[in-house]
Design a protein around this ligand. Structure first.
Ligand code: TXA
Ligand code: MG
Length: 315
């Protein structure tokens, strides 16, 4: 269909005219619009079927004057962004009026990130506005990590998909909020909590508040692969689900008599993260009734992987 390509100038033109372009980042693909164009921002919510209470991340570049968009940048936030931008880190700060209420779902804070991908870097440098970009998937579904994933699900509703290959991290950014005196992690993601603590000291992790979510995208029903998924001891889960057609996504062990995808034969958490969403999509398209998975070692990227598995398993 020609909707996938690598023409950055074309993408910039579409965005300038209020269109929607899917963009590659190191975490996952985003569905981008001009952050200063209300109609384009509204279109993002429509295309994703995203509830209006779930705010968007504003993607900026090194050259963006963050102090025009955020009314306050605490010292610890500065330290973090200087160390980890561009990268898989999103920072929530009190916002100024320049950020539209549509973007933040009426909150008086806004989320910011400088993504680390050469194509999107060039794109952001070539337009005179920041880009709001949620993950380029329908609401509650697994995030896309290739251009084809985006085309499969949103192909008819986006104007262009910039192809930047497979996402190198494969999990969304880690979100850190600085709206209160003590910073908090609202979403575990591509930057390990340990790496954050190394530079700003101990930090609270508050990722489960499904009744009144502070990061509304963290509702437990997120990351659905489209089929029932169970997390636990795989051998035991096999016993308990004998009558069903089983698909297995394992960390490192091979299950040769089943439809099986191994996340990382070499027990490398970065590789497991890269493969996770791809694997969930692939498995959901296999002739299986149920997907069995297991937790991975719970440190670094492993914590974000386990977080996504729990959410993918909730009904
Ligand atoms: O890696 C990523 O962050 C990707 C790429 C495309 O940059 N984007 C992404 O966006 O994952 P999205 O919309 O799928 O998730 C954004 C999350 C949501 O959970 C939302 O609730 C939270 O960010 N968020 C946005 N603004 C917020 C705010 N002002 N306060 C708290 N949470 C906020
Ligand atoms: Mg998302």
């Amino acid at each position: 269909m020609g909707i996938i390509g690598t023409d950055i100038k074309k993408a910039a033109k579409i965005l300038s005219e209020g269109g929607l372009v899917a963009i590659p980042t190191e975490t996952v693909y985003g569905l981008a619009a001009n952050a200063f164009n209300e109609e384009a921002v509204t279109a993002i919510f429509k295309v994703k079927n995203r509830p209006s209470f779930d705010p968007l991340i504003t993607h900026i570049t090194k050259g963006t004057k963050l102090n025009e968009l955020a009314s306050e940048i605490p010292e610890k936030a500065k330290i973090l962004l200087e160390k980890y931008w561009p990268g898989p880190l999103t920072i929530v700060l009190p916002k100024t009026k320049k950020i539209n209420d549509l973007v933040t779902s009426g909150l008086d804070s806004a989320a910011f990130r400088i993504p680390n991908h050469p194509i999107t870097h060039t794109l952001l440098e070539s337009v005179p506005f920041p880009l709001v970009a949620p993950s380029a998937n329908p609401f509650t579904f697994v995030s896309p990590t290739t251009a084809q994933h985006v085309a499969d699900q949103l192909g008819n509703n986006v104007d262009y998909i910039l192809d930047g290959g497979s996402c190198s991290i494969g999990l969304e950014s880690t979100i850190v909020s600085f709206t209160t005196n003590t910073p908090k992690i609202l979403r575990l993601g591509g930057l390990g909590a340990e790496e954050i603590e190394q530079v700003i000291g101990p930090i609270k992790i508050q990722t489960y508040s499904s009744s009144a979510p502070e990061a509304p995208g963290m509702l437990t029903s997120h990351y659905s692969p489209g089929k029932p998924l169970l997390v636990g001891n795989i051998e035991q889960l096999i016993e308990e689900n004998k009558e069903k057609k089983i698909g297995i996504i394992s960390f490192k062990k091979v299950f040769p008599t089943y439809i099986n995808d191994v996340l990382t034969p070499s027990e490398n958490l970065a590789e497991a993260a890269q493969n996770l969403f791809k694997s969930l999509r692939w498995m959901a398209n296999q002739p299986v009734d149920i997907i069995l998975t297991e937790f991975v070692p719970n440190h670094g990227l492993g914590r974000a992987i386990n977080d996504r598995l729990i959410r993918a398993s909730s009904k």
